[in-house]
Design a protein around this ligand. Sequence first.
Ligand SMILES: Nc1ncnc2c1ncn2[C@@H]1O[C@H](COP(=O)(O)OP(=O)(O)OP(=O)(O)O)[C@@H](O)[C@H]1O
Length: 311
Amino acid sequence: MPTSSAIEIHALTKSYGDRVVLDDVSVDVARGSRTIVLGPNGAGKSTLLEIIATIRTPTSGTVRIEGHDSREHLRDARRSIGLTPQSNALDPLATPTEIFEFQASALGMGRRAARVRARELVELFGLGDHCRKRIAQLSGGTRRKVDLAVALVGEPPVIVLDEPTTGLDPLARLDFWNELTRLNDTDPDRTLLVSTQDLHEAEVLATDIVVLRDGRVVAHDAPDTLKGRVGERTLTLAMADPASAQHLITKSRTAFQAEARAEDLVRLALPQDSNVLETALEDIGAMAGAVREIRLSEPSLDDVFVALASR
Ligand SMILES: Nc1ncnc2c1ncn2[C@@H]1O[C@H](COP(=O)(O)OP(=O)(O)OP(=O)(O)O)[C@@H](O)[C@H]1O
């Protein structure tokens, strides 16, 4: 019976000589998720992704891709996965169409099927104007799209991307993120596993986050759950005067507290999944004229990273 995990990693270890780079890593990546791997430089992100993509071998442990053990059933595991590597590895003198057709042939497609697939990918990624230019003539953002398209030639259900938007300008990044979410939205069973150093990228894309530190998994959860673990959502109100602040603290059914830095400020901690906010807003509504400003702040992935990824 198929499991709900697209990737199952069990007791994975990778050592180079005495140096342990991945230390007993066990993670299940949910099918259809966009799972982001975070961690400081040298944490082992690329090593983990490359082992999953079957281009490095582990020292011990197992990886299953869509149920295929990557040692015992390497061909099936490879067919289930597409990798967009960290650095741009495309032939600068080839055109996107040539690259797609070459990759399709390498996957065993006949010439006609390869041509059809190349045309589909040009269409899918809006590469019409670029498909006959050489890679060296394309912008960084367009090259990254070609990298992603290459990973998709064989329509694998799992796509692995190692730091996909490094070096792209903000608009090209936005465009690339749209492509990634679209891929996932159009096929809810398609799984994306992405490593990044960019916490904004993680914020935009992640349905799940894995935090690696020193080759170990120190957290694996939904972004909001991780944020809830390292901090709390807070409602802060600036009241018209200290008397109104005091009035709200005494009258509200919720636990508003005075803010030490100013007498007209009050704050309320908002636990996840509770109706404290609803109650607080009703109480605030009753004295709306006395409220100057309302601010809702949440812990961010920066807070998660600092708390979990740094030593
Ligand atoms: N072929 C190798 N031989 C020896 N050590 C290696 C080799 N490849 C990687 N390492 C070491 O393994 C550790 C993890 O490297 P890896 O590239 O997986 O980390 P990373 O989290 O992707 O880092 P970054 O964010 O800087 O890309 C690093 O200390 C690196 O020096």
